[in-house]
Design a protein. Structure first.
Length: 165
């Protein structure tokens, strides 16, 4: 479908990492035009899977590299401002576990990026479906962290036997 048609589709990356304590953080960045907070997203790329195209956007827009999951984690819609009109765009979102954050990347001079806890990231974006997606994904990551946390092995308590009569 043409980019300026009434309805279009993009791909996006929900880039995440874990803090030293294991809590999830999400990458949000500013759009170039309106400076509102978004996730990395762009048009599908011929020759790349949608997940690979989302990872490419995360590199170009946010300066992060990682492992993308090819399973769609959700989608959201928004009105995109084009040169002479608006397009209703649905963004298919893929999770990207960030391994590397670069100091220099293609769109560094035109965007700001921030790593935030899921709830804080959700409060900065405007699209209701994206807010839900960030919150739900963050909650799943937090549950994974809690369930993977090592449990302390408990040793049996030795009780002293009372001395005989």
């Amino acid at each position: 479908m043409a980019r300026d048609s009434h309805y279009s589709r993009q791909v996006g990356a929900l880039a995440f990492r874990s803090t030293a304590s294991g809590d999830p953080e999400m990458l949000v960045l500013t759009s170039r035009g309106t400076k509102r907070f978004i996730i990395p997203k762009g048009w599908p790329v011929k020759g790349l899977s949608d997940g690979e195209a989302a990872a490419k956007e995360a590199y170009e827009e946010g300066g992060v590299i990682g492992k993308v999951r090819e399973t769609l984690i959700g989608s959201y819609s928004y009105w995109k401002r084009l040169e002479r009109s608006f397009a209703y765009v649905t963004v298919d979102v893929y999770a990207l576990k960030v391994k590397t954050q670069l100091a220099d990347w293609p769109e560094r001079r035109s965007r700001e990026r921030a790593w935030l806890a899921p709830e804080a990231a959700a409060q900065l974006v405007d699209e209701p479906e994206l807010i839900t997606l960030i919150r739900d994904f963050g909650a799943r990551r937090a549950r994974v962290h809690r369930s993977a946390a090592p449990t302390q092995e408990r040793r049996p308590v030795r009780r002293r036997q009372a001395a005989g009569p």
